[in-house]
Write a protein that binds this ligand. Structure first.
Ligand SMILES: Nc1ncnc2c1ncn2[C@@H]1O[C@H](COP(=O)(O)OP(=O)(O)OP(=O)(O)O)[C@@H](O)[C@H]1O
Ligand SMILES: [Mg+2]
Length: 349
């Protein structure tokens, strides 16, 4: 590999030849090993880069690619320790010109454990938050169902109805949470599917209003505007619905007054801008930067705090941008910019 290109890699890279001599060291490897290129190049990698496994055994002796089993082709990422104590995650590839042939090249990829640790901490935090979010509705479900079962004859229909509708709402909450978590895991893994087709944004906005009205909101509270002829937008209609229902749901739940939905050509680009505004208290200046983070919620009326995180992920999966600010009426204003035109992938296909 080109040495300059190797230096651009975030990971460390060390390559040794058939004689175990170091042939290439990139900038990442210099940083992680604390040795300069000059110190390493040309030396036997087993001496230049001593590594131990976590039980303190010499790793080169256990794995020796040059005299070990001639069918080994490397190993997966493994935690190894530099004498001196620094931990590295090491992945190795042993290149052989043919099956069973001696190695022609050993490529080591080194990675700092820092990022991994941060990821694991995030992971632990995520699991405990999710467990907590799942437990609270289930506690109500369990409490109310036991009460209804035990005191069936003593409860009035009114009381039973109240308890069962709470149970239903909590079951819906758990289902929604799980759906959101699945979307998030796809999003975080970069595997969220977007099935683009030509969409009618005005119809999508009106559909949201119909849904809200069907759910018991007052029709007069919603305004839909379309300003000017719109360029063609290719997007996934189901995902757009998900985006809009989150934003409109927030405007109704966290905001107040009229909810204004509008779409217009983007003044700064060739796409469109969709605005969802309300007349409530809005989001305090100091919280504007946090609303799109996982599990952040500003008040007790909130749900799980995943809604806007999912919304942002969905917008970005469409190569769009989302921003939040204060509307002139004082409430919250969410602004989504979506690009227009047929995406390259569809044009070719
Ligand atoms: N229109 C709005 N007006 C005022 N505050 C808002 C508005 N929209 C969102 N927020 C604030 O941002 C927080 C995060 O919103 P988000 O949609 O991510 O979570 P949520 O609505 O609390 O829960 P979920 O959407 O997962 O049920 C909310 O808890 C609320 O405090
Ligand atoms: Mg929400």
């Amino acid at each position: 590999m080109d040495a300059a290109l190797a230096d651009d890699l975030p990971d460390g890279l060390v390559v040794a030849g058939p004689d175990a001599r170091v042939q290439l060291v990139n900038a990442g490897a210099e940083r992680m090993t604390g040795c300069s290129r000059e110190e390493l190049l040309g030396r036997d990698v087993r001496e230049a880069l001593p590594l131990q496994d976590t039980t303190g055994r010499d790793w080169w002796a256990t794995t020796d690619p040059w005299s070990g089993l001639a069918i080994r082709t490397g190993h997966r990422e493994r935690m190894l320790v530099r004498p001196g104590g620094r931990e590295l995650l090491v992945t190795a590839r042993y290149a052989r010109p043919g099956r069973g042939a001696p190695v022609s090249r050993v490529v080591l990829q080194l990675r700092d454990t820092e990022a991994r640790r941060r990821f694991e901490n995030d992971h632990a935090g995520l699991i405990s938050t999710v467990a907590h979010e799942l437990r609270s509705p289930l506690t109500t479900v369990k409490g109310f169902t036991s009460t209804v079962l035990k005191k069936w004859d003593r409860l009035s229909d009114e009381q039973k109805r109240y308890m069962l509708s709470t149970v239903e709402a909590d079951a819906d909450r758990v289902t929604r949470l799980i759906t959101e978590l699945l979307d998030i895991s796809r999003m975080d893994a970069g595997r969220l599917e977007v099935r683009r087709q030509l969409v009618d944004l005005e119809a999508l906005l009106r559909l949201q209003v119909e849904r809200m009205v069907a759910a018991g909101e007052e029709e007069g509270r919603f305004l839909v505007h379309v300003r000017g002829p719109l360029p063609e937008v290719w997007a996934d209609p189901d995902r757009l619905e998900q985006i809009l229902s989150n934003l409109v749901g927030n405007a109704v739940r966290h905001g107040e007054g009229a909810v204004d939905l509008s779409v217009r050509p983007d003044p700064d680009g060739d796409g469109v801008v969709v605005l969802v505004e309300d007349e409530g208290e809005g989001i305090p200046e100091e919280h504007l930067g946090m609303v799109f983070t996982k599990f952040w919620r500003g008040n007790r009326r909130g749900g799980t705090g995943l809604g806007l995180y999912v919304v942002r992920g969905l917008v970005e999966a469409h190569d769009g941008r989302i921003a939040v600010s204060r509307s002139p009426a004082g409430g919250a204003r969410f602004r989504i910019a979506l690009p227009s035109g047929v995406p390259d992938a569809l044009r070719e296909g």
